[in-house]
Write a protein that binds this ligand. Structure first.
Ligand code: UDP
Ligand code: MG
Length: 337
């Protein structure tokens, strides 16, 4: 019933933006984003999570925070990864709804308005759905596709197609996600696990404004692996199946050998097949041990119960004491292009 009472006046929107070495993008982002939310006449805050940047990202944020009370930042002591940064953002959200977006302007800020409209209609989660992945390379696209395929088959939740981190979460959803203490944070899976009334809004992914993507194939692979292991125990269970099949083959082979020995007598050759089967079986065993190890290392990481992240600095926005810079500068900036 509270849903029916959602109004634009009651909305306090937190824009959560994880940033890692985005020094060149901060100004561009704020200059484009701030006028859009200003125009919407809503209460809002822009919350940057500085994920251990080593460039001028934080000082660039501070320049804006110095005259804009809407801007806040939490700076990590080192790089903890985007998903942890998102967790920190949700934990520190003051608003009753939050939007997660990237700093590189690949997530067009103009869509925010549509997100809010959907929220007003009563949706608790509004996710941006990329219409094409043209911004990614061919290999990356193929790998992404096969990951989703695997996840679809074995994961315990269903991931909507093309949905990423660009999304609006209602306070209800935020509170549930905040109760998820896991370190291996596969955000996409977490959103899907939570449920609630959700809707997708298609958008076109822009190219990165500046700088390079922080993802290389090694990281992406780890990410995919974390995703699967966080939401599926199939990699653990498949070994029982393989074990049964291999044992069955071995049993049949044993029967054949016994039969052959009884009928034709013993013959010594057979050394190559012995080596092959020993190597194959030890390979399979090592693989299954490796998978066990992956899960155990994750259990180990979780039971240590370390904090998710370490905060080095908190930046609160303020009104400029000198008044040299004012919020009007944003409007000025958009007028002049
Ligand atoms: N990011 C982060 N920590 C990281 C890597 C990335 O906070 O360890 C941020 C980054 O600054 C950007 C967003 O996450 O705002 C998306 O990163 P990126 O553009 O590198 O990813 P892609 O768009 O290629 O998926
Ligand atoms: Mg990007």
């Amino acid at each position: 019933m509270e849903d029916k009472m959602r109004t634009i006046e009651k909305l306090f929107l937190t824009l959560i933006i994880p940033v890692f070495n985005e020094g060149t993008n901060i100004e561009r982002l704020v200059m484009r984003l701030a006028p859009i939310v200003e125009k919407m006449k809503i209460q809002y805050e822009i919350l940057f999570i500085d994920d251990g940047s080593s460039d001028d990202t934080l000082s660039s944020i501070k320049q804006f925070a110095a005259f804009d009370p809407h801007i806040r930042a939490i700076s990590f002591s080192r790089n903890f990864g985007k998903d942890i940064a998102i967790a920190a953002g949700l934990e520190n959200t003051k608003g009753n709804a939050a939007i997660l977006m990237d700093a590189d302007l690949q997530h067009p800020p103009e869509i925010i308005e549509t997100f809010v409209v959907k929220w007003l209609e009563g949706y608790d989660m509004v996710y941006g759905q990329r219409v094409d992945r043209a911004a990614d390379g061919h290999i990356r696209r193929a790998l992404t596709h096969s990951f989703y395929h695997l996840f679809e088959r074995f994961g315990e939740v269903k991931l909507p197609d093309g949905a990423g981190d660009f999304r609006l979460l209602d306070r209800k959803v935020i509170d549930v996600i905040r109760q998820m203490p896991e370190r291996a944070r596969f955000s996409k899976g977490l959103y899907a696990w939570v449920g609630f009334k959700s809707v997708g809004v298609p958008f076109e992914v822009a190219h990165r404004a500046a700088g390079l993507s922080k993802w290389n194939f090694r990281k992406l692979f780890r990410f995919a692996f974390d995703g699967i292991t966080s939401f599926s125990s199939a990699p653990l269970k498949v070994w029982t199946f393989i074990g049964v099949i291999v044992s069955a083959i071995a049993f049949i082979y044993a029967l054949i050998v016994i039969f052959k020995t009884l009928v034709f007598g013993t013959d010594v050759p057979g050394f190559p097949s012995l080596i092959v089967s020993v190597m194959m079986l030890s390979g399979i065993q090592l693989m299954s041990l490796g998978i066990l190890g992956e899960y155990i290392s994750r259990i180990f990481a979780e039971v240590k119960r370390r904090p998710l992240y370490v905060v080095a600095e908190v930046v609160e926005g303020s009104v400029s004491p000198t008044g040299i810079l004012k919020k009007d500068d944003y409007e000025q900036a958009t007028k002049t292009g």
